[in-house]
Design a protein around this ligand. Structure first.
Ligand SMILES: [Fe+2]
Ligand SMILES: [Fe+2]
Length: 316
């Protein structure tokens, strides 16, 4: 059994003071956005309660799917590095960037450099997307869909090179019989987002790769909403799971209630997995995070590779 905690869109509250030069960039729109509403939605107290609950879960691995910051400011990047460090050792915590971490040109490079130990693949010394981290029978594949965009546009893009490499990685890991988990900030399929300004521009091409090469699970954030969407692939049915923001309260008061997920992956036979998804969140006024729901899914490989014999070694 492998327990993975998935959190996303921490948006590290509160926003630090804005440097004067930031008023001449796209950051000014984000700052106004923060002052007008987001500061009452993304709460430091909620994120701290979430963090404590996650640490208490003693998960095998923790995945953070982007938007760690609000404006990609150096102070936010530094704070987010401390947040990641507080979750666990980099080998047990994987992070990928989101569009807010690439708010203006140059921000993404600084963020990736600061968070490098958490986004470096096995056998590599620095981040490169996609990266692969093999943990037991699970292969985590980290993508970067964050690219700087004009004012009011939060769309993302993977680009040709990353997509091509993803296809190869999914094939290789599939050949090993691994439980493949792709981490991406933007929703991987069209229709899972809030419209064109927010979507992944090459989602159709990504969907083709997922369908052709197969995948077991895709975890994403960005839209701050819990959603489970099946996708038929050449190796069976996969699930696309979106998790809400980890710094927003759960409960009916919120337009988009926050929370995080705890996923239990149980290999019950060759190419046959039970996946239990627990939804967790911090309700208004609650002293700690609590479980909000639980769903069970069955995932089965339809065409096991010839080389497959009981799955990858336990300590792979
Ligand atoms: Fe976000
Ligand atoms: Fe986002």
């Amino acid at each position: 059994m492998f327990r993975l905690v998935h959190l996303s869109d921490t948006h590290q509250p509160p926003l630090p003071p804005l440097p004067a030069r930031a008023f001449f960039s796209k950051r000014v729109s984000g700052y106004l956005n923060w002052m007008r509403g987001r500061r009452n939605v993304h709460l430091a107290d909620v994120l701290e309660k979430t963090r404590r609950a996650i640490i208490g879960m003693n998960a095998d691995h923790i995945a953070v799917t982007g938007d760690l910051t609000n404006l990609g400011l150096p102070a936010e990047v530094k704070q987010s590095r401390s947040f990641l460090e507080s979750l666990g050792e980099p080998e047990n915590v994987t992070a990928i960037p989101g569009n807010h971490d690439a708010y203006v040109a140059g921000a993404l490079e600084e963020a990736v450099a600061a968070w490098a130990p958490f986004m470096t693949g096995d056998g590599h010394t620095e981040p490169h997307f996609p990266f692969v981290r093999r943990r037991g029978k699970v292969s985590l594949v980290g993508l970067n869909s964050a690219v700087p965009k004009p004012f009011f546009v939060s769309a993302g893009e993977l680009g040709d090179a990353q997509r091509k490499e993803l296809a190869r990685v999914l094939e290789d890991e599939g050949e090993r019989g691994a439980f493949r988990i792709v981490l991406i900030h933007h929703p991987p399929l069209e229709g899972l987002d809030n419209g064109r300004s927010k979507s992944l521009t090459d989602a159709p091409a990504l969907a083709d790769i997922l369908k052709e090469k197969g995948v077991e699970l895709v975890l994403y954030g960005h839209v701050h909403r819990y959603a489970v969407t099946p996708l038929s692939t050449s190796t069976g049915e996969a699930l696309m799971i979106g998790t809400p923001s980890a710094s927003i309260e759960a409960g009916p008061k919120r337009k988009k209630p926050g929370g995080f997920l705890s996923l239990e992956i149980d290999s019950i036979a060759q190419g046959h997995w039970n996946l239990t998804v627990e939804r967790w969140g911090v309700k208004t006024g609650s002293p700690k995070a609590e479980q909000l729901g639980k769903e069970k899914h069955n995932l089965e490989r339809t065409n096991l590779p010839a080389s497959y014999a009981g799955g990858p070694a336990k300590n792979a």
